[in-house]
Write a protein that binds this ligand. Structure first.
Ligand code: PMP
Length: 288
């Protein structure tokens, strides 16, 4: 059986999974989405993802045509339909088909799409040895431009950052906010460790409030680790004892080099390893 994609109440074959060229999701990146994971048939933090999806939609005045519970069912039913236990789930709400103008009132029917697929994992070596990243010149969108908390279909800002990273031969990029403070990476949040404290840019630094980030903060707090959410400078990253990134796809991934500065002793540090282990335990034991 081939992959089935959920589109507005129907399950269609991957090859037939299509939307209108007049959908404002395509024309303008006008829509919102979530990247979610299932482990052993359990969806990790589904409630959190659904809450963020509806908050994103509300912020861009996109009225989601179904309620939270139905949306959760769409996710679990699409997984079941595809017989997937371990999966990456892409849930989208687009503004729907409209005219060639920007008017959202011309788009009466938002579309809901749910794609489930096997997860493309980062190479195991990245987790053992750690990543090298660079700071790119593309700044993260500012709070007054398009709220970075909104996980919108317009990902060009991140794509431009990713292109710079790939051009430099590294897999991820640190993006600064318009004030020059560290915000996040193109598809991951960033943490540093200094003197036993765990530090990460706060929401006002212009970040997506990652579900993985929240889980790691909870895990660290449970371990009695002091967590600081605040403004973080590049200097602090360069001089950190440890650095790691968090995201649904990456989970917790160590960073050992930033802009040619070796972080700590150049290998994944003890707090990174502890939190990575705790996170793996959590995703396998907690389920929605
Ligand atoms: N920041 C950005 C810009 C992202 O796109 C993502 C998700 N890919 C994250 C952070 C991490 O968020 P989460 O842990 O919810 O996947």
């Amino acid at each position: 059986m081939g992959l089935k994609v959920y589109i507005d109440g129907e399950y269609v074959d991957k090859a037939d999974a299509k939307i209108s060229v007049f959908d404002h999701g395509l024309l303008y990146g006008d829509g919102v989405f979530e990247g979610i994971r299932a482990y052993n048939g359990r969806v990790f933090r589904l409630d959190g993802h659904i809450a963020r999806l509806y908050d994103s939609a509300k912020a861009i005045m996109l009225k989601v045509p179904v309620g939270h519970d139905r949306m959760k069912k769409i996710v679990t039913e699409t997984l079941a339909h595809n017989g997937l236990q371990d999966a990456y789930i892409r849930l989208l709400v687009t503004r729907g088909a409209g005219t060639l103008g920007l008017d959202i009132d011309a788009c009466p029917s938002p579309s809901i799409i749910c794609i489930t697929d096997s997860i493309a994992l980062y190479p195991a070596e990245y987790y053992l040895k750690g990543l090298e990243v660079i700071t790119v010149s593309t700044r993260r969108i500012g709070l007054g431009t398009l709220f970075p908390q909104v996980k919108s279909l317009n990902y060009l800002n991140s794509i431009l950052g990713k292109i710079e990273a790939m051009n430099a031969g590294v897999p991820e990029a640190i993006m600064l906010n318009p004030s020059g403070a560290v915000a996040e990476c193109t598809g991951d949040n960033i943490f540093i460790v200094k003197g036993g404290r765990l530090i990460t840019p706060d929401v006002n630094s212009g970040i997506l409030e990652g579900i993985t980030r929240a889980a790691v903060i909870e895990l660290a707090s449970k371990e009695g680790i002091t967590v600081e959410e605040r403004t973080v400078s590049r200097y602090e990253v360069f001089t950190a004892d440890e650095c790691f990134l968090t995201g649904t796809a990456a989970e917790v991934i160590p960073v050992v080099k930033v802009d040619c500065r070796v972080i700590g002793d150049g290998a994944p540090g003890p707090m990174t390893k502890l939190l990575l282990g705790k996170f793996h335990e959590l995703v396998r034991t907690e389920g929605s």
